[in-house]
Design a protein around this ligand. Structure first.
Ligand code: ADP
Ligand code: NI
Length: 217
């Protein structure tokens, strides 16, 4: 099968599988990450096929929505790519990207690196920042019925992995526990430049939010 055909079949598969997913983790998140990663792959010398397949499949079965099981996504991806007859080395690389992309793995990062992982991870992180990142955070918070903000619950940016997974903190805390940390975790030059802008958008938003909360603005 031609690369173009592999990519369009994978898009269709992911779009169908993610129908009805929570708004911040839906097909459109995947689509944005896919477009961003493909664009970045050109400047970062990443293989376009591996980048595209990994970007498309990276959230096929997020562990958060599968009782914490992190093996389901890679298994679905492997079976699907296998059914298309994709080369075993490419499948293996896509699976490695899927298992190393998560923010949570930042806590024990370092076992695997590739230009394709760098690009897909940056694209995924960028989508958690800026205006879209803000929208996704509040969408997720609403989905989980979290408070938007509670001045009595302080954020904990040093949370360990277990605490992060269990946290029921207000959505504003998520900015300090994750979103504002992303700028300094970007892998690529083009990713860093976009992250600077999106970071500032979030800071401006928070300033406005507190100003309105306290009635100053
Ligand atoms: P990753 O899997 O890369 O660690 P997540 O799946 O946790 O990232 O996050 C995906 C999206 O959901 C992001 O936009 C993120 O901000 C949002 N999100 C995740 N956890 C929370 C939370 N506790 N509060 C608000 N938004 C969240
Ligand atoms: Ni994602």
């Amino acid at each position: 099968m031609e690369n173009k055909e592999l990519i369009s079949r994978t898009s269709e598969f992911v779009r169908t599988t993610l129908a009805g997913a929570e708004g911040g983790h839906d097909w459109w998140h995947t689509f944005r990450v896919f477009n961003m990663a493909r664009r970045m792959a050109e400047t970062e010398n990443a293989d376009p096929l591996v980048t595209s397949l990994a970007a498309l499949l990276h959230d096929i079965a997020d562990a958060k929505f599968h009782g914490g099981d992190e093996t389901i996504g890679p298994k679905i991806a492997r079976d699907f790519l296998h059914s298309l007859g994709v080369d075993e080395n490419i499948i293996r690389h896509v699976i490695l990207i899927m298992t190393h992309i998560s923010f949570r793995d930042g806590y024990n990062a370092g076992e695997f690196h590739s230009p394709e992982l760098a690009v897909v991870q940056d694209a995924d992180r960028l989508d958690a920042m800026g205006a879209i990142g803000i929208a996704r955070a509040f969408n997720y918070g609403g989905y989980k019925n979290r408070e938007m903000y509670n001045p009595e619950i302080a954020p904990d940016p040093a949370m360990d992995r277990k605490a992060y997974m269990k946290s029921k903190a207000p959505t504003i805390n998520h900015f300090y526990e994750k979103l504002l940390l992303l700028r300094d975790r970007m892998n690529t030059k083009s990713g860093k430049a976009m992250a600077m802008h999106r970071h500032q958008v979030m800071l401006n938003f928070l300033e406005e939010f507190y100003g309105e909360w306290e009635g100053h603005l």
